[in-house]
Design a protein around this ligand. Structure first.
Ligand SMILES: [Zn+2]
Length: 199
């Protein structure tokens, strides 16, 4: 079985206060959502990345290709944020997706997306190429579709996939229904549903 293994040091989410871009990013993209309330676990998908996903899965369309499950990988950054005044003062994760990579060889079916060996192999090869070009592109999660009449949720098989390939508490999983234009976002090994923010 293929695993995401790399020789580079393991990735850890970056603390918000140490990120130079955080203040301006928050002002521009998140402030309107949270206003004066505590920040929640969430994932922010930059327009460029969502365009890749939209084009791949025919979001908002009913096409020949999107009758079966499709999927891919999400790259970006994860910010660790502590709400100072929150009663629980619990660490929150904010995923920032800068880039998405569509899996071309996944064998979709109406029920499951089979990320088979070939799929992971080609995705990981692509991933290596990206990293050579731009080292800051960190793999932070994955996306896949539940087409047509299927509900948007993390199925038993999705949970297994997630725990196999994305086992950190800051890994995100997105599920989309292209025909219904629905999207739900899940986080970590408890698969908590979190806020999805599309730029
Ligand atoms: Zn699924």
């Amino acid at each position: 079985m293929f695993k995401i293994t790399k020789e580079t040091p393991p990735y850890f989410p970056k603390k918000a206060e140490t990120m130079p871009f955080w203040e301006s990013f928050f002002e521009k993209n998140l402030k309107a959502f949270f206003q004066d309330k505590p920040i929640l676990d969430s994932i922010f998908v930059h327009k460029e990345a969502f365009e890749v996903i939209k084009n791949h899965i025919g979001f908002g369309k009913d096409t020949e290709d999107n009758q079966v499950e499709q999927g891919g990988l999400l790259f970006g950054e994860v910010i660790e944020y502590k709400n100072e005044d929150s009663e629980e003062n619990k660490t929150k994760f904010i995923g920032i997706v800068n880039y998405a990579l569509a899996a071309k060889t996944a064998e979709g079916s109406m029920r499951h997306l089979h990320f088979n060996h070939a799929t992971w192999h080609s995705l990981l090869e692509e991933h290596e190429k990206i990293e050579e070009k731009e080292s800051k592109k960190q793999l932070i999660g994955w996306y896949h579709t539940h087409p047509k009449h299927l509900q948007v949720y993390f199925s038993h098989i999705d949970k297994e996939n997630h725990l196999t390939f994305f086992d950190a508490d800051w890994h995100f999983g997105l599920v989309l229904n292209p025909q219904r234009e629905e999207i739900k976002c899940f986080l970590g090994n408890e698969f908590d549903e979190v806020l999805c923010i599309l730029e």
